[in-house]
Design a protein around this ligand. Sequence first.
Ligand code: AN0
Ligand code: CP
Length: 319
Amino acid sequence: MKQFTSVHDIKSIDWALSMAREVKEDPFGDTPLGKNKTLLMIFFNSSLRTRLSTQKAAMNLGMNVIVLDINQGAWKLETERGVIMDGDKPEHILEAIPVMGTYCDIIGVRAFANLVNKQEDYNETILNQFINYSGKPVFSMEGATRHPLQSFADLITIEEFKTVKKPKVVLTWAPHPKALPQAVANSFAEWMNQTDYEFVITHPEGYELSKDFTGNAKIEYDNRSAYEGADFIYAKNWSTFNDATYGKIISNDRSWMVDTDKMRLTNNAKFMHCLPVRRNMIVSDDVIEGPNSIVVPEAANRVVSAQVVIREMLRTISG
Ligand code: AN0
Ligand code: CP
């Protein structure tokens, strides 16, 4: 595996799940693979889970890890070509990336959507520059349009907690005070569409995601109807995708929050969220603290998804 930016970079869902089981059963079985190999993790945005779980995964594989927060201590990077660099950015990303590539064997990158320029976001400009110019295998730690390590962990979690073979999985939009990217929702939809689950997306009108990710998933504008018979409620906020209002908040409707009343409509559904989550905006205290909340095991599975991906890249490097 030379890159991991979406579900399309894995052989199949079944393969990914069987690798996840292997890693979970024997987390330290492959430590020789990572000996004298270095993972470089580059963050353009904040993180708690991705930073810790990916580092832990690399440590389980016997690797050395270097973490760089671009916005804390590194030179500010110009990302556009052709710019006269007389502003506040002393270094160009087109030198920085190949330099970073010389210090490591594998690179993980987190670079969120800026939600200003839709084309730039949906071209995955920064992630692709790392892929094209680092000379090293690159994996996404959340790009502008997807968060594949999260979705992979979500899939593992659903497989572990499902009580029926083909669960009904509902992705519900929920309100949030700040405009957030579509990446987590896009990516979750893309992964769910590779399974045989019943997958439903529910959001207010105007919050339609790109068809490239949602495919043939059922879109339900009536929030309560979507909850009926659900086995998993996966909450996430995102800002608008459509051209006219790209990256904006067009609803603050608090009735879309996940609460006990709506959870009663479900088939005793488990509650999921990638975290960080704002309580009593996205989900009530009662639901997230309740017995059906699986947000912590979901986050724990981030080590597993990262370890599968890094292990596969190490195997590719080692031939
Ligand atoms: C980010 C997002 O919505 O993409 C990261 C989630 C893993 N969330 C926030 O910025 C709050
Ligand atoms: N879920 C997730 O990626 O969390 P962090 O932003 O804390 O890494």
